[in-house]
Write a protein that binds this ligand. Structure first.
Ligand code: DC
Length: 234
């Protein structure tokens, strides 16, 4: 009988440490790392590039363009030998462009459109049929991988998350103050948690980890321990 792939679902609010933890974990376990937020960012960029308003009236147009687009995520090592996701949209490297404040906001908006979610959820589920995955996002445990062997919900205090995001985006957007970043983090969380379709929630079978005072190594080692416990019990 064919062995099913191992799926680790990681959800949580903006800048809770999901990306760094998921990447490190995937590296240790030799699993595929999937940054689903990057896909919503690419969808937001597609709408912005076409100057389409992001609303329900335009969702068919956006979803069709997205379904027809060549959207590729490739994990590569950067100059510091850290894993990063190279995102190409219709042949263009958009890895940096999708990280700006404008596209972060467009991504949160486009993520409220059911047809856009449907296109991306299918792509994500397809990847999980082919590889063992560490997949991070907002609806992974709830919608994308409801049968994942391990579901985690990562969170941290708002002040800590704003500080992390501020430091991550410093080079990209040097004019933004910490206060502005904090306000925008809060607004995006609000959108992600209050949207009608698949809002960010803690699913009942998720393990909640607060990373405010934890270093990455500790969190990753804890999770590796959980994976080993699961493997030993099956
Ligand atoms: O994780 P991120 O900040 O890169 O995600 C960008 C936006 O995409 C975020 O506002 C929420 C949305 N998103 C989502 O709705 N579902 C996912 N699985 C991943 C991200």
């Amino acid at each position: 009988m064919q062995k099913t792939n191992f799926q680790i679902a990681i959800d949580g609010p903006v800048a809770a440490g999901k990306g760094t933890i998921a990447k490190t974990l995937a590296g240790k376990l030799h699993f595929l790392y999937v940054d689903t937020g990057a896909m919503y960012r690419a969808a937001g960029l597609l709408a912005v590039q076409n100057q389409w308003q992001i609303n329900l009236d335009n969702q068919d147009k956006i979803a069709a363009a997205l379904a027809a687009a060549q959207l590729h995520l490739e994990n590569i090592l950067d100059e510091n030998r850290q894993l990063m996701t190279l995102v190409t949209l219709n042949g263009e490297d958009v890895s940096e462009k999708i990280r700006t404040q404008e596209i972060s906001e467009a991504a949160s908006k486009v993520a409220t459109l059911p047809k856009v979610r449907q296109v991306l959820v299918e792509k994500q589920q397809h990847l999980a049929t082919k590889f063992n995955v560490v997949m991070e996002g907002r609806d992974i445990g709830l919608r994308v991988l409801p049968d994942a062997q391990l579901k985690l919900y990562l969170t941290a205090d708002l002040a800590e998350r704003a500080k992390r995001r501020f430091e991550q985006n410093r080079l990209l957007e040097p004019n933004l103050t910490l206060e502005e970043v904090k306000k925008r983090v809060q607004e995006r969380d609000q959108l992600d948690m209050s949207r009608e379709i698949d809002p960010l929630t803690i699913v009942p079978d998720a393990i909640v980890l607060d990373t405010t005072h934890l270093d990455i190594e500790t969190v990753v080692n804890n999770i590796v321990g959980l994976v080993q416990t699961h493997e030993a019990s099956t």
